[in-house]
Write a protein that binds this ligand. Structure first.
Ligand code: EPZ
Length: 430
């Protein structure tokens, strides 16, 4: 078992460099299945979700060369039309991108239903709606999604998403790239990682326009070719470190960001009294006086991201006054609040709304990471709290944050990662 141990209440000072975007990488890597050639991808975050996807592609016959921790060459020319190993596929949600990629490349896909963070129902009906629109027959059988293109191939079509879905938008884009004719995705999601996937595919010869708007046009091409691409910085990782400075206090330069992607997060932090200074590829975050309360409602991009909801809630738990957080994307993304209340926060949750009465101080204690972003929130709370915080289940955190311990230590945090042998953990429990 791996835990993080944090001795809190130390202001953060210095520079933190943001890694490549997880939610772009987990779409781009499966999309390399569409390419008969070598894709050289830079700024790939070295996180467990990426390592898992690379393992899946390797099992499917991709030739993968890791030129550095963050630069990878992938050649899927000789990948077989095979079923990705279910024990790997079920461990992350992003494995659903294999459906669009296999369907587009081979005209057939068989992929286990995805796993991923558990905060309520996470259906894939909109993905299936898109694949059926371009002619595929899709069945859910035995825990697998089985999709089959018609004999004469996938045909471009218009599909209007009932729900603004990042995954469905990206998956349909991937599935439509090699279809005959043009596919139009209406009510598409507009997140930066969707634009990044479209830019990657276009660099490999696709013809996609409109990514970043709610209408994306995918003109089918006969084949994609190899090429090079660098993934954008991770908007949510950057926001997480910005929220950490806001909660703990200090003065940190967050480097390798696209400030435009941070607009909603920067605006909310400014509203709470944080000083935000924007440069071309960096944002300086300074917080000295106590935070002011604020309200936030999570929305699809460019609104306030749901993946920043737990992190901003920690800031609000320490602000002067009462804040209200409304979660509009997921059913139950407030499980972490019970852990924060054990640290002295005063949060009341009613389904999709959390009412947060700011307190002067949080106190360290033993807590759990319930999912990736809830885990990040526990780290921020531990950094801000008086005393020692021990976080369990940190594997969730390491799915999406590269070198978090090193990055936080470099800006003055007292945090360390300890591995406890399972037997010792059992003995302790006994
Ligand atoms: C992506 O998940 C991200 N994951 C999530 O980030 C993020 O929270 C989410 O987008 C929203 O931004 C990855 O990119 C791997 P959605 P995804 O489809 O694609 C409903 C993180 O912390 N919906 O945009 O699964 C769904 O239930 C993770 O990095 C349908 O109803 O999210 C949800 O309520 C957590 N039918 C809403 O839409 C569908 O077919 C948005 O989901 C698909 C989604």
């Amino acid at each position: 078992m791996v835990k993080y141990i944090i001795n809190g209440a130390k202001p953060l000072q210095g520079t933190v460099c943001i890694s490549g975007a997880k939610n772009a990488a987990v779409g781009i890597l499966p999309a390399t299945l569409l390419v008969k050639g070598t894709c050289r991808i830079e700024n790939v975050p070295d996180i467990s979700d990426v390592r898992l996807l690379l393992q899946i592609l390797d099992e499917m016959g991709a030739v993968i060369r890791r030129l550095s921790p963050n630069t990878i060459e992938i050649d899927c020319s000789h990948v077989r039309d095979s079923v990705a190993p279910i024990e790997l596929v079920r461990r992350i949600r992003a494995s659903y991108y294999l459906i669009g990629a296999q369907l587009g490349r081979f005209g057939h896909a068989k992929v286990a239903l995805p796993g991923g963070c558990n905060f309520g129902a996470r259906p894939i009906d909109q993905h299936i709606k898109g694949f059926e629109a371009i002619g595929a027959m899709v069945e859910l059988t035995g825990g697998y999604v089985v999709a089959t293109a018609p004999a004469d191939g996938l045909q471009g079509a218009r599909v209007n998403l009932d729900v603004v879905s990042v995954g469905a938008t990206m998956n349909i884009m991937i599935g439509a790239v090699l279809a005959h004719g043009t596919t139009i995705i209406e009510n598409a999601a507009k997140e930066p990682h969707i634009v990044d996937l479209a830019n990657f595919l276009n660099a490999m010869g696709a013809k996609i326009s409109g990514a970043g708007t709610d209408l994306i046009r995918v003109r089918g091409v006969r084949a994609l070719h190899g090429g090079s691409y660098a993934i954008i910085p991770d908007q949510i990782e950057a926001g997480t470190y910005m929220a950490a400075v806001a909660a703990v206090g200090g003065d940190v330069l967050v480097q390798n960001v696209i400030p435009k992607h941070m607009d909603c997060i920067s605006a909310k932090l400014r509203e709470m009294g944080v000083k935000i200074t924007e440069y071309d590829e960096a944002i300086r975050v300074t917080r000295t006086a106590r935070l002011r309360r604020a309200n936030v409602k999570t929305m699809p991009y460019p609104g306030f991201p749901t993946d920043m909801q737990p992190q901003i809630a920690v800031c609000m738990s320490l602000a002067r006054g009462t804040s209200i957080v409304t979660e509009s994307i997921y059913d139950t993304r407030f499980r972490y609040c019970a852990e924060l209340n054990r640290m002295g926060a005063a949060i009341q949750v009613d389904t999709k709304v959390a009412v947060i009465d700011g307190v002067e101080q949080l106190h360290g204690c033993d807590v759990k990471a319930f999912d990736l972003r809830a885990g990040a929130a526990m780290v921020i709370a531990g950094l801000a709290a008086q005393g020692t915080t021990v976080i369990e289940d940190v594997h969730f955190i390491e799915r999406g944050y590269e070198n978090m311990i090193e990055k936080l230590t470099a800006i003055g945090a007292d945090i360390r990662r300890v591995e406890i042998p399972e037997t010792a953990a059992v003995r302790t429990a006994g």
